[in-house]
Design a protein around this ligand. Structure first.
Ligand code: GDP
Ligand code: MN
Length: 380
């Protein structure tokens, strides 16, 4: 789960990492009120779950409350790479002398958290990695030993931070970042830029924060930060109904049972020249209600023009799936063509059920390949 900048900064603040004071605003008036409260210059920041907001015009300095209101008016509603701005973070503006970068990610290859620190912050880290890879100090932390101060010093010398006061402050932040990362079950904590003010204060000016979804059950406060309005309607539905669903960008809705079969089905749709609209796994033991729920989720996506069912009955009984399809047709009034390929446990019975009801938009096929071809044809 990705957090907004202001949410990540709230977690940083709890762990003692210095951040600027700010307020959330959803209207230009609220932005003005926040600027009035702070007095002086503020920065108006689009809160969207994507980076590069500055370049996209989503971050603007404002010199007065009236200016903050005007800038808020400009930024609200802006589309930043598909993310519409609905919330702003109004922050006391900082003066910047230097921009550094620090992050902690989980390196799956090494099975360890990985630090990256560089004095070349403010820009994309990928760009620094390409142009000047030696400028980035990298260091893995053994999760059993935890973070040790000598590792912090190694990072700081590696990145070439020379000022003694900066060294002290960055060392402190780097240690707190590790505590925050571990305590929040984060997958990523990134500060870009980590600034040094003209007075020599080091502070986090941005935050990118990703928390492991599988650990959210033990972080009720973080789980609550999820902003459902930022998700497409079908993803909200999937979460609500407990359906395993991943949105893709094509027009053939794909429904299988078991992750392996469903992924193969996505591949076969692509193989015959189609474009899958999603990955949806019914799981084992799919009940009729499970099928109805899954179909409701898939068809909430307006891009779906045909649906491909690929079921191999093991624990899942094909007749139960067939009943689910008929029930969904009745309950949801689906009009999209549904191609059905069923095999395995009770497949005969399932085919009988579908043949008897013979809904006009259900098309049985005997093999996975034929079914995929048919679904792609019907989507065209
Ligand atoms: P991003 O573009 O999504 O990474 O958003 P950031 O929060 O990193 O902001 C982008 C850039 O805006 C930063 O790298 C800074 O150069 C600038 N910026 C952000 N906040 C301030 C501020 O308080 N004062 C000044 N002078 N510049 C800021
Ligand atoms: Mn940034």
């Amino acid at each position: 789960m990705d957090l907004y900048e202001y949410q990540g900064k709230e977690l940083f603040r709890r762990f003692g990492i210095p951040v600027s004071e700010g307020r959330l605003a959803t209207t230009p008036q609220e932005a003005r009120a926040a600027a009035e409260e702070f007095g002086g210059e503020v920065v108006v920041k689009a809160q969207v779950l994507t980076g590069g907001r500055g370049k996209a015009g989503g971050i603007k300095l404002a010199e007065s409350p009236a200016d903050a209101e005007a800038k808020a008016h400009d930024i609200l509603g802006l589309d930043i790479r598909g993310h519409v701005v609905r919330k702003l973070w109004i922050e006391r503006a900082s003066e910047i002398a230097k921009e550094y970068y620090v992050s902690l990610t989980f390196d799956r290859g090494e099975k360890k958290p990985l630090y990256m620190l560089t004095t070349e912050g403010g820009v994309d880290i990928e760009e620094v990695a390409e142009r000047n890879p030696d400028a980035i100090a990298r260091l893995h932390v053994d999760p059993l030993e935890g973070f040790q101060p000598y590792q912090g010093r190694r990072l700081i010398y590696g990145a070439g931070i020379e000022d003694e006061s900066e060294q002290k402050q960055v060392l402190d932040i780097v240690g707190k970042l590790y505590a925050c990362f571990v305590a929040c079950d984060a997958m990523l904590c990134e500060i870009n830029p980590l600034i040094v003010t003209p007075e020599g204060h080091v502070r986090a000016l941005d935050s990118k924060f990703t928390v492991d979804d599988n650990a959210l059950f033990r972080h009720a406060d973080i789980a609550e930060m999820r902003d459902l309005s930022a998700y497409p309607v079908e993803e909200r539905k999937a979460r609500e109904k407990g359906v395993t669903y991943v949105k893709l960008d094509g027009d053939v809705g794909v429904l299988g049972n078991g992750a392996g079969l469903t992924m193969s089905t996505v591949d076969v749709v692509t193989f015959v020249g189609g474009r899958p609209a999603n990955f949806c796994d019914l799981g084992g033991g799919g009940s009729a209600q499970g099928v109805v729920d899954a179909l409701e989720v898939i068809t909430a996506d307006p891009q779906v023009r045909s649906i491909l069912f690929n079921i191999f009955g093991g624990i899942t009984r094909c007749d139960e799936v067939a009943r689910g399809i008929l029930e969904a047709l009745e309950q949801l009034g689906l009009e999209q063509p549904i191609v059905v390929r069923l095999d395995g446990t009770n497949a005969e019975e399932a085919r009988g059920i579908l043949e008897e009801a013979a809904p006009p938009n259900v098309h049985p096929e005997a093999t996975m390949l034929d079914a995929a071809r048919r679904a792609v044809e019907l989507a065209a």
